[in-house]
Write a protein that binds this ligand. Structure first.
Ligand code: CA
Length: 223
């Protein structure tokens, strides 16, 4: 997931970059509004973190111009605590969310996940495959109306697979997304977790929802 951070205060910018990179995001930093606007309109990002007071074009102008061009990229605004008008104007202009400074990096990470999920078209927040349903907000998993108890990792693994039905996900990709490892742990960690999830959701080996792709990884069946 690639994020553009347009923020001119160097300390805040590097705090954001470090925090997001630790969470597995790829981050481009930019400290100038005009350059930031150019980046946002010429490169692909999954989300933009946008400060309001910037040298060059200010954040609200960038947002207005992005939305005038129908750029759908999710935008999270960074605002001063006192600046209610800015926040309201930002939301009216099409910001997806905002954070007031100072904030914890975990808050920004949570907002980014939420706005990207919405932008990905998961308005219902329900994933479904046959009689397996997953509620992304309540984190409730049901198979055939029976509740399935998953750990946080197991939940993350199942939803990662379910979000890309029909697509083969390699063990390395799964490690990166579920454990945030940027390296191969050199164990059968992924296989062990897939087995656990299969067992818990009562996956039928003859007609599995989670298919093994030999030597590569796993694939969630396409409905
Ligand atoms: Ca600023």
């Amino acid at each position: 997931m690639k994020v553009l951070v347009i923020e001119d205060e160097k300390k805040i910018a590097s705090f954001i970059r470090r925090g997001l990179e630790e969470q597995g995001f790829a981050v481009d930093l930019c400290g100038n509004g005009d350059e930031g606007f150019t980046l946002a309109t010429t490169r692909h990002y999954d989300a933009v973190v946008l400060d309001i007071m910037l040298p060059g074009r200010d954040g609200l102008s960038i947002l207005r111009q992005l939305r005038e061009r129908k750029a759908p990229v999710p935008v999270v605004l960074l605002t001063a605590r006192s600046a209610l008008n800015e926040r309201l104007e930002g939301l009216n202009l099409g910001a997806d969310d905002y954070l007031t400074k100072p904030f914890f990096i975990e808050e920004l990470v949570a907002r980014l996940h939420a706005v990207m999920r919405r932008a990905g078209g998961e308005q219902s927040s329900i994933l479904q495959a046959g009689d397996l349903t997953v509620n992304l907000l309540t984190r409730e998993v049901r198979r055939d109306d029976e509740k399935v108890e998953l750990t946080a990792r197991e939940f993350s693994l199942l939803t990662y697979l379910m979000r890309s039905p029909g697509r083969v996900l390699t063990r390395t990709q799964i490690c990166e997304h579920v454990w945030n490892y940027q390296f191969d742990p050199g164990t059968n960690l992924v296989d062990v977790y897939v087995q656990r999830v299969r067992k818990k959701i009562g996956d039928d080996p003859k007609q599995p929802l989670i298919e093994t792709v030999r030597g590569v990884g796993y694939r969630f069946v396409k409905a």
